[in-house]
Design a protein around this ligand. Structure first.
Ligand code: ADP
Ligand code: MG
Length: 542
């Protein structure tokens, strides 16, 4: 029949609409993201139908999203040639709340009190968010099957909606947003373009705004590696990171288990923090099926990976997950773990495959890896394996690694020796290395300002303890005594005399076995800060 059918909204929808309409919510623009994402979903569903079904209505219509603004009429129209809706589906999908995200939203609101308008921005409230900007919404639709009805759904977002038969429609949905007073900005092409660029640039279906294509960038991360050129990666990197340099590393991977992920990550060409530009914000955006969820999610990766740029897309994510609940959602933690692990593996591979390139990366970005060691216990060992440094067994300027150190270590050597100082030259001049040299033991020479902090946080590598070479309690075995040792009595006389002479300035004087050519060395007692730490404390005025 051609009658207009009136329907009441389900109670929960009314509740939701009431909040959406009456809140003083500021980020209203997200309703465009929601409607575009619905259009994209509908196109995706149609694409699947095309693979299995015959008799698709207006089969030649392109899989596109068409957006038009009309400033005079104060309308915004979003149309797609997707799967569309039948009468039943209109009632089910746009009259009830079926999906869990919105239910979670309502629960959150109940907890926080209805006045907390802030919550809306943190949830995508889906289709109903259109009423943040509209005082009336019309949905014209024809479902994908040839014999489906031409329908119009209308609502003012108050108590209910109506459904009626109309003249011939294109396949899919056309949603007309009649803007409220004060929301006219969403009928301005420039404003809408800006919003589309912000949220929907990587929707893989073409989006046309008033006849012009807006989303020029493809969702490269959803493609398979073999279909993407080096040039495309570079362009994409520049786009997502708003940068002009070229990426050092590009890591493109997908996984099906334990989570469905498509991810494209870049290590930038330059480390901005090195240029004193302050601490970087996280730069890996979170997408769900090509729709942006959050451009800068802070918990998606550990903080020390803030230099990474790119996109992580997970199908397992509810599109309307709140940013707030995202912070501690188990899913985000899982993603975090998984990606961090993959990235560290990736770096290990890079270090092996092209040492020179890796060292170039290391010179610019090592501070982040070191921060990771100091702040993330979970990845300490892997990160320690990625450290590069000079040692008493490398030529000046040549770098080595922990694994190489262990390869060279003597049988039965249970410790890894290191020394921290301002330069290799100073460290080599000091008295601490002699005993190690004499015994053929390698000592790592750390010369970066943060190395002391890093080593304080790092107890061991592959079961071998780190030991500072300037610690007093080192017991170096099987020293070959050279020359004639003093007898007990003379030794006691000498140490007593030194102790009295030096007085307050030392804690104790002891005969030791660590020196070879120097007669005396000042050592840090076991519990005290070592020389580097003391210098740092002095510099800080302590
Ligand atoms: P969600 O997208 O999370 O399912 P929404 O509130 O955004 O929730 O949309 C509700 C439902 O309405 C969708 O699941 C879909 O079935 C239907 N729908 C919305 N927009 C369209 C569209 N453009 N084409 C076809 N169906 C749509
Ligand atoms: Mg939706």
């Amino acid at each position: 029949t051609a009658e207009v059918q009136q329907h009441g909204f389900q109670a929960e929808v009314k509740q939701l609409l009431d909040i959406v309409i009456h809140s003083l919510y500021t980020d209203r623009e997200i309703f465009i993201r929601e409607l575009v994402s619905n259009a994209s979903d509908a196109l995706e569903k149609l694409r699947l139908k095309q693979l299995t079904e015959k008799g698709i209505y207006k089969a030649d219509l392109p899989l596109e999203i068409t957006i038009t603004t009309d400033e005079d009429a104060k309308t915004l129209t979003i149309a797609d040639h997707g799967i569309g809706m039948t009468r039943e589906e209109l009632q089910q999908n746009l009259g009830t709340i079926a999906h869990s995200g919105t239910k979670a939203f309502l629960e959150q609101l109940k907890e926080k009190g209805e006045n907390n308008a802030d919550v809306i921005g943190k949830f995508g409230v889906g289709f109903y968010s259109a009423f943040m900007a509209a005082d009336e919404v019309e949905v014209y639709t024809h479902s994908w099957q040839e014999d489906a009805e031409n329908l119009k759904w209308t609502s003012d977002g108050a108590s209910g909606y109506s459904v009626e038969a109309v003249d011939e429609q294109a396949r899919g949905c056309k949603i007309v947003i009649k803007l409220k007073e004060g929301q006219e900005e969403f009928a301005k092409a420039e404003r809408v373009k800006e919003i589309l660029e912000k949220y929907s640039n990587f929707v893989t279906f073409p989006i046309n705004l008033n006849g012009e294509r807006v989303n020029k960038v493809e969702a490269l991360w959803m493609k398979s590696k073999s279909d993407v050129t080096e040039e495309e990666y570079k362009e994409f990197y520049k786009f997502v990171s708003h940068a002009w340099d070229e990426p050092t590393y590009t890591m493109h991977f997908s996984a099906d288990a334990p989570l469905a992920i498509n991810s494209l990550l870049f290590v930038p060409g330059e480390n901005q923090e090195q240029f004193g530009m302050g601490q970087m914000e996280p730069g890996v955006a979170l997408y769900c099926r090509k729709v942006l969820i959050d451009p800068k999610p802070s918990k998606l990766l550990p903080e020390w990976l803030r230099f990474l740029r790119g996109v992580i897309d997970s199908e397992d994510l509810p599109l309307n997950i709140s940013r707030e609940s995202m912070q501690d959602s188990a899913l985000i933690q899982k993603l975090n773990k998984l990606i961090t692990k993959r990235f560290l593996k990736f770096l290990e591979r890079q270090a092996k495959d092209d040492t020179e390139k890796y060292e170039g990366f290391y010179k610019k970005f090592s501070r982040f890896l070191k921060e990771g060691i100091a702040t993330s216990f979970e990845h300490q060992e892997q990160l320690a394996g990625l450290l590069r440094f000079e040692s008493t067994m490398t030529d000046a300027g040549k770098l080595t690694s922990m694994s190489e150190y262990l390869d060279r270590a003597k049988d039965g050597q249970e410790e890894i020796y290191y020394l921290v100082g301002n330069s290799r030259e100073l460290l080599e001049k000091g008295p601490y290395l002699e005993a190690f040299k004499a015994r053929g033991l390698e000592v790592i020479l750390f010369t970066d300002g943060v190395d002391q902090y890093v080593m304080d946080a790092l107890p061991e590598f592959k079961g071998k303890k780190f030991v500072a070479a300037d610690r007093a309690d080192i017991d170096l075995e099987d020293m070959d005594a050279e020359g004639e040792a003093l007898d007990e009595a003379s030794l006691k006389g000498l140490t007593d005399w030194l102790g009295e002479t030096l007085g307050e300035r030392v804690e104790k004087v002891e005969a030791g076995k660590r020196l070879v050519n120097s007669p005396v060395a000042a050592l840090a007692p076991k519990e005290a800060p070592n020389a580097q730490m003391r210098a740092m404390m002095k510099a800080m005025g302590q």
